[in-house]
Ligand binder design. Structure first.
Ligand code: NDP
Length: 393
């Protein structure tokens, strides 16, 4: 039986992961399930999948979790320390599906145990890709991409020589506002941004898809994961979301990964790798689809893409700054303190403010420095948001 843990079990990726695991319960021993605020769902999942431990990230909800698991014999725990402890428990395969930078520490800890880490949490690769890869190689672990685009690149690279790769093209749906006139974007609300045309995902990544901060993270993730030079990573808007990525080789061939917009494909691929097994996803009918379309992803509509290229050029710890500033700007947008198009301006201000201070971005690549810059970027972003609000009032 494979030992499995799911971090972020109550989220969209976590639920899809448990859907696959639940179809073959005799094949898996569930070690840990973790969630945040959704205690009812975490307890329901725990009662179904019988983990050794269920952890909520929120210490104020521990009593609720204990009550909900009473009599089940399943251990309940809460808080950041408990998440780390759960990641220390031996597991063969660990799903990293916490949203945001909070996913970094448990992911690193799982890699230190030599686990295979199925990585949905792109933020940890953006903020600390170098550390993640170092941990995996030092402790005999492995990181498998779960982001659909990176799973697609991974699959298009199988059996190929990375030295023959000329370029990687990451596709983007264009998000909720891809057909909106530019001048309307400034007034877009969180509710409007949280409606995705093709994918059913968590609230934060859906809004990041509308702003293309999600794609910006993915461009950086591509650089970190596969070591592709920034100038060889492209993105195009592909409204149908059926081609997830393409790898271009030096003989002119483009290998495309085509599949339905269902995360259970990428999750299942990582779960069964290196084998391919049957998955409960739709089989595409190409004649019913008829045609596929592509558009330029322009920087004016999606300034996050330009910022991602700057971050890749700058290197060092700028990914940690970029991710933290983006998370804080998104909080500001969700709290209606700033507008949709203000988010990129805030992130740009934070990047230039911190880059201008010597010794920060190019400090040694350690977890302490990643965390220090994460905090600094959040503080700087809060200051920039406040200044913007003061100017508007
Ligand atoms: P969701 O918002 O649906 O779920 C997030 C999960 O993280 C939930 O279990 C949530 O708990 C938990 N969580 C939230 N905050 C914290 C915290 N501070 N500490 C610990 N746990 C926390 O997100 P998604 O499933 O959509 O995304 C998860 C990750 O996967 C993200 O990094 C995203 O970018 C990535 N991803 C998602 C895709 C998708 O299709 N959804 C596609 C590709 C990548 P609770 O809900 O109980 O509060």
């Amino acid at each position: 039986m494979r030992r499995i843990s799911v971090f972020g079990a109550t989220g969209s990726i976590g639920q899809s992961t448990l859907d696959l695991i639940g179809r073959a319960p005799d094949s898996y021993h569930v070690v840990a399930l973790t969630g945040g605020r959704n205690i009812a769902l975490l307890a329901e999942q725990a009662r179904q999948h019988r983990p050794e431990i269920a952890v909520t990230a929120d210490p104020d909800r521990l009593t609720d979790l204990r009550d909900a698991l009473a009599g089940s014999g399943i251990e309940a725990a809460a808080g950041e320390g408990a998440l780390i402890e759960a990641a220390t428990r031996p597991a063969d395969w660990v799903m990293s599906a916490i949203v945001g930078a909070a996913g970094l520490a448990p992911g690193l800890r799982a890699l230190e145990q030599g686990a295979t880490l199925a990585l949905a949490n792109k933020e940890s690769m953006v903020a600390a890709g170098k550390l993640m890869l170092q941990k995996a190689s030092k402790h005999g672990g492995r990181i498998l991409p779960v982001d659909s685009e990176h799973s697609a690149v991974f699959q298009a690279l199988i059996g190929e020589n990375i030295a023959s790769v000329e370029r990687v093209i990451i596709t983007a749906s264009g998000g909720a506002f891809r057909d909106w006139p530019l001048e309307k974007l400034a007034a877009a609300t969180p509710e409007q941004a949280a409606t995705h045309p093709n994918w059913d995902m968590g609230q934060r990544i859906t809004i990041d898809s509308a702003s293309m901060f999600n794609k910006a993270l993915e461009l950086i993730e591509t650089r970190e994961f596969f070591g592709i030079s920034p100038e060889n990573i492209e993105t195009v808007v592909h409204p149908e979301s059926l081609i997830h990525a393409l790898v271009g080789y030096n003989d002119g061939a483009l290998m495309a990964h085509v599949g339905p917009p269902d995360m259970r494909h990428a999750i299942g691929f990582a779960l069964h790798w290196p084998e391919r097994r049957s998955l409960p996803v739709e089989r595409l009918d190409l004649t019913a689809i008829g045609s596929l379309s592509f558009r330029v992803a322009c920087d004016q509509r999606y300034p996050a893409l330009r910022l991602a290229r700057e971050v890749m050029r700058e290197g060092g710890l700028s990914g940690a700054v970029f991710n933290a500033a983006k998370e804080q700007a998104l909080d500001g947008f969700l709290a209606r303190q700033i507008g949709f198009m203000d988010m990129a301006g805030i992130v740009e201000d934070v990047l230039s403010e911190i880059s201008a201070r010597p010794g920060h971005i190019h400090a040694e690549f350690t977890l302490d420095n990643v965390n220090r810059l994460d905090h600094l970027a959040r503080d700087t972003a809060r200051g920039a948001i406040k200044r913007l609000m003061d100017r508007k009032n």
